[in-house]
Design a protein around this ligand. Structure first.
Ligand SMILES: Cc1ncc(COP(=O)(O)O)c(C=O)c1O
Length: 297
């Protein structure tokens, strides 16, 4: 394990260590907004693997295998997933792992939302699969679990030989992470998060309330997240793209949502709603969204 300033820095360091110009990294689309930059900064190419809403936005191993090429080096996974809130199951991971083993690929997994998994959903880390122990690298932080994104404290866990190879890179990047931050982070993790339970419950309840309001009051469809701080809304019934509808909604109703296209082509007709605003504001925003959804008959 190496401590680094946040998941983002860990992702950057891991990608720089694993791939180079001409290599390819496979990544689910939609994806977190920085992934493309992190991959392309190494000179490697990004190969998007569409994540199907009908599969709950979980990566399908056949779709993945169909895109593996001679220069594929790594699969970048994100579970729980931003923006869709999807959580990979043990069998998803086993199937993706089989593709990784068959083609000798690394699996880099961003688990920063691990502590925000909703009740009744089981989080499984690819780190837990012994068959993948020599090829899984996990990155995470206390940004979400402890609501501490400004502290910039994260880490990377992987096979010993990989971590030893990463150390010189981490040294030229940082010349050492601040040890007092690593110590404070260890203490915070050992103690457990006091805020994660409340966040999990609030975000799950808000996602359900948003879905009830939109699906009964308009033709908008809400994908139920299994984790995280966001809900995806399918606005295709409006006949508009997510970006156009988001612009229109902001201009006419004063509600800001994120166009799905910011996360890749798969979400062209979707918008992302943050569940982090308080209940009454979110419900007011949901009512305005429902009123704004002029669904053609
Ligand atoms: C999927 C994902 N990965 C990484 C990050 C960055 O996290 P950190 O603050 O640990 O760098 C975020 C932040 O929103 C995220 O959503």
């Amino acid at each position: 394990m190496i401590c680094l300033p946040g998941t983002q820095t860990a992702l950057f360091a891991v990608m720089a260590a694993l791939v180079e110009a001409g290599d390819e990294v496979l990544v689910g689309d939609p994806m977190y907004a920085t992934y493309e930059g992190v991959i392309r900064a190494t000179g490697a190419g990004m190969v998007p693997v569409p994540l199907d809403p009908a599969r709950g936005f979980c990566m399908d191993a056949d779709d993945l295998a169909a895109r593996v090429g001679p220069r594929s080096r790594a699969i970048l996974l994100n579970t729980p997933h931003n923006p869709t809130g999807a959580v990979l199951t043990e069998s998803d991971i086993a199937a993706i792992g089989a593709v990784a083993r068959a083609h000798d690929l690394w699996i880099v997994v961003d688990e920063v939302y691990e502590d925000l998994v909703f009740d009744g959903v089981r989080f499984v880390s690819p780190l837990a699969d012994p068959a993948l122990a020599d090829r899984v690298i996990a990155v995470s932080s206390i940004s979400k679990s402890h609501a501490a994104p400004g502290l910039r404290s994260g880490w990377c866990i992987g096979p010993q030989a990989f971590i030893e190879a990463l150390l010189p890179l981490a040294e030229v990047m940082l010349f050492g992470n601040q040890p007092f931050i690593a110590d404070a982070t260890e203490a915070a993790i050992r103690r457990g998060s006091e805020v994660a339970v409340g966040m999990r419950q609030r975000y799950a309840a808000r996602a359900a309330a948003l879905a009830n309001t939109l699906e009964s009051g308009s033709g908008l469809r809400v994908h139920r997240p299994q984790a995280g701080m966001f809900a995806m809304v399918d606005v295709s019934a409006t006949g508009m793209s997510g970006a156009a509808w988001a612009d229109d909604l902001l201009a006419e109703r004063g509600v800001a949502v994120m166009p799905g296209a910011a996360f890749g082509e798969t979400l062209e007709l979707w918008v992302r709603v943050a569940l982090t605003v308080d209940d009454s504001r979110l419900m007011e925003a949901a009512a305005r969204m429902a009123a704004h959804a002029r669904i053609p008959a």
